[in-house]
Design a protein around this ligand. Structure first.
Ligand SMILES: C[S@@+](CC[C@H](N)C(=O)[O-])C[C@H]1O[C@@H](n2cnc3c(N)ncnc32)[C@H](O)[C@@H]1O
Length: 275
């Protein structure tokens, strides 16, 4: 997705700050987001804004979708891909025994520093590395315990291309075949060709492309194509509705219409006989 390089303003790592700004200024009520953002400001105040995108419902809906699934399934081990500065590990500590976060080294180190300040006793493994490198997965695997695993990433899959998804599928299948569990990611505008031409939505995607320096967001893929792709990688595909019972006052008519069409992706490896 991106290569480790000097931190600059237009870098996908900085999209991680943006989502916490949405959590707080979009008034999503996500616990601990304010505490994390306060620390981000101390660290990087020069390029972290104080205004939400106006569409904080995307962040809130995916955040709640992930936590509900983890809680409902009672899964005790989590691997969070591209965790950024999300406060999931803090907010799920009563549910999860073994929490592993993965992000590019600088984000990962900064996150560890922040969380240690807020919650010195919270046990999380911070794996700093490129998710598209085998070594990073070796490091993740060395931290696993023998219990079913939820592997999820928010604000991440829509930046991937088919080659990267194929790589991820191999790594994730190996782990899930060993521990059991599931792979979860949120539905996104990139996976809905019908939104590609909506002006307001396109403007937001273009802004994110600029911020991230990654144009994959505008390479729309249809629901059917993505489903077929994931099946071909050896996964059973289940879909669950995106949460719409949100706190953010930014949930307008466009937001409601969009989220109503979103179905988050829940994947489990097919059995050897193909079922
Ligand atoms: C849009 S942010 C989302 C952050 C967080 N999941 C959230 O929802 O607040 C994407 C995250 O993926 C991380 N990321 C991007 N490419 C990566 C890669 N190749 N390896 C590891 N992390 C990566 C970025 O550093 C960033 O933290």
């Amino acid at each position: 997705m991106i290569k480790e390089k000097q931190e600059t303003k237009g870098d996908i790592r900085n999209t991680a700050y943006k989502t916490v700004v949405d959590m707080v200024f979009g008034k999503t009520g996500i616990p601990n987001a304010k505490k994390v953002l306060r620390e981000i400001y101390l660290m990087a105040k020069d390029f972290v804004g104080r205004k939400s995108t106006g569409k904080a419902y995307f962040v809130e809906s995916r955040y709640k979708g992930s936590e509900r699934l983890i809680q409902e399934k009672g899964i005790k081990q989590v691997i969070e891909l591209g965790a950024g500065f999300s406060p999931h590990a803090l907010n799920l500590q009563a549910n999860v025994e073994n929490y592993i976060e993965v992000d590019l080294p600088r984000n990962s180190q900064n996150k560890e520093r922040i969380i240690k300040k807020i919650a010195p006793d919270l046990k999380v493994y911070y794996v700093g590395g490129d998710i598209f490198k085998e070594d990073t997965w070796k490091s993740i695997e060395s931290k696993l315990i023998g219990t079913p695993t939820t592997i999820f990433g928010e604000g991440f899959m829509q930046y991937t291309d088919p080659e990267q998804r194929a790589f991820l599928a191999v790594q994730i299948k190996r782990i899930l075949n060993r521990t059991g569990g599931l792979w979860f990611f949120e539905d996104s505008l990139t996976f809905h060709t019908e939104f590609a031409q909506n002006q307001e939505i396109r403007a937001m995607s273009e802004m994110m492309v600029q911020k991230s320096g990654n144009s994959q967001l505008l390479q729309h893929i249809s629901q059917k194509s993505l489903e077929n792709e994931l099946r071909n990688y050896g996964f059973k595909v289940e879909r669950i509705p995106a949460p719409t019972d949100l706190e953010t006052p930014e949930l307008d008519e466009l937001g409601k219409r969009t989220l109503k069409q979103f179905k988050h992706w829940v994947l489990t490896p097919k059995e050897k006989n193909g079922n």
